[in-house]
Design a protein around this ligand. Structure first.
Ligand code: NAD
Length: 364
């Protein structure tokens, strides 16, 4: 198979972790006889600095021509003074999600047994680690609804964000959760705020109807967001597939990440309706964390989330399950041998980004 991907490293730690991920990707494909064609493009702050906008036309064109996007992360203090609409994340990542209709964000939350000591949760509460997946709706809700800020009577200022959801949007993300749950423990927990929000009332009805009509083999539980935030910490093992709207998913998936050891371990896949040249899902694959400006340029970032994002890309956009698994096992083996970056070293001896990447590559 010939894989054509657009590589968008982004800002701060983005290029550092991408530099660790690409050799792993190249090696696993070479070993299995596939060919990789990749080109690297500016995005986010790098796009602003080098092309005058966060999502340069040439970058978007390269993404259109590719089978999948491997993304780093964007943004940081350097561009924080720009008007909100021009800031890296809002002006590159959100338009990319919208442009390619990437409505489903799939974030595996896997706490490896060898990392139980790095979780803030007491080990006796998670004797078997954690294994769940968060399915977050990604192109609707508050982040994309009509917004405004205006001066009102009395010199006061009013800002409005609007949460909008359609039945069709909820149905298509429910279908992603059903497929995900079928490959796992067949249990979906819908997280909402149906006691207060109209959109949540619609979510509850549509999700329940969809599962009843198309997936009677799947069990459904519903939970308010405030309770879910608490339950995640109290008893994460009760969750198999978490299904939720955009903002709740944004928050809960970071909570899930830290329960699973570190943001530096969490990969994500953003999938949509488009197919690539191989007839498989076109997707954008990125670490769940941001650009970590506090540790950028110091060879401290954990490259695992970026490397595991490449594995998700092989699985979802190219159907290369064995190759994806090989990368995941190499990460697991490296960690099991005690080779860890500072975020997962628990105060013990830590290696840098480059050494971590090299260790994973060596164990492929
Ligand atoms: P962050 O995720 O960058 O950092 C939060 C904490 O997690 C920091 O202490 C950081 O050092 C740590 N961390 C994150 N990734 C790590 C890794 N790979 N290895 C080790 N530690 C890691 O979140 P933030 O500080 O809120 O945001 C920083 C910038 O990133 C902001 O400009 C924000 O807008 C941007 N951001 C971008 C994305 C994206 O591109 N998808 C997502 C979130 C935040």
């Amino acid at each position: 198979m010939h894989l054509k991907i657009a590589v968008l490293p982004g800002d701060y730690i983005g290029p550092e972790v991408m530099a660790a991920a690409l050799p792993v990707l190249e090696a696993v494909l070479k070993k299995s006889g596939h060919t990789l064609e990749h080109s690297t493009h500016d995005v986010g702050g790098a796009g602003i600095d080098n092309h005058g906008k966060a999502l340069p036309d040439s970058t978007l064109e390269a993404c259109r021509a590719a089978d999948a996007i491997l993304f780093g992360s964007v943004g940081g203090p350097k561009w924080e003074k720009l008007p909100p609409a021009e800031q890296p994340e809002r002006a590159s990542l959100l338009p990319l999600r919208k442009h390619f209709t990437l409505y489903a964000n799939v974030r595996p939350g896997l706490l490896l047994k060898n990392l139980i000591d790095t979780s803030p949760i007491r080990p006796d509460r998670i004797p078997n680690g954690v294994d769940m997946v968060c399915i977050r709706e990604l192109t609707g809700g508050l982040y994309f609804g009509p917004k405004s800020t205006k001066e009102i009577e009395g010199g006061d200022i009013e800002a409005i964000d609007t949460m909008v959801y359609r039945k069709s949007e909820i149905e298509r993300i429910t279908d992603v959760a059903i497929v995900t749950a079928r490959a796992r423990r067949k249990h979906i927990t819908l997280v909402d705020k149906a006691n207060v929000l109209q959109t949540s009332v619609l979510w509850r009805k549509v999700v329940a109807d969809r599962i009843k009509a198309t997936a009677p083999d799947i069990t459904l539980a519903v939970m308010y967001i405030d309770n879910a935030a608490m339950q995640l910490v109290l008893k994460p093992s009760q969750f198999d597939v978490l299904l939720t709207e955009n903002m709740f998913g944004d928050i809960l998936s970071d909570e899930m990440a830290v329960i699973c050891g570190s943001l530096g371990m969490m990969a994500s896949a953003s999938l949509g309706a488009n197919r690539n040249r191989h007839g498989l899902g076109y997707g954008l694959y990125e670490p769940s964390g941001g650009t970590a400006p506090d540790i950028a340029g110091q060879d401290k970032a954990n490259p695992c989330a970026q490397i595991l994002s490449a594995a998700l890309m092989l699985r979802h956009s190219f159907g290369l399950e064995a190759e994806a698994k090989a990368i995941e096992l190499a990460v697991e083996k490296t960690i099991a041998e005690g080779i860890r970056t500072a975020d997962i070293a628990g105060g013990g001896k830590a290696v840098g980004t480059k050494a971590m990447g090299a260790a994973i590559l060596a164990r492929l």
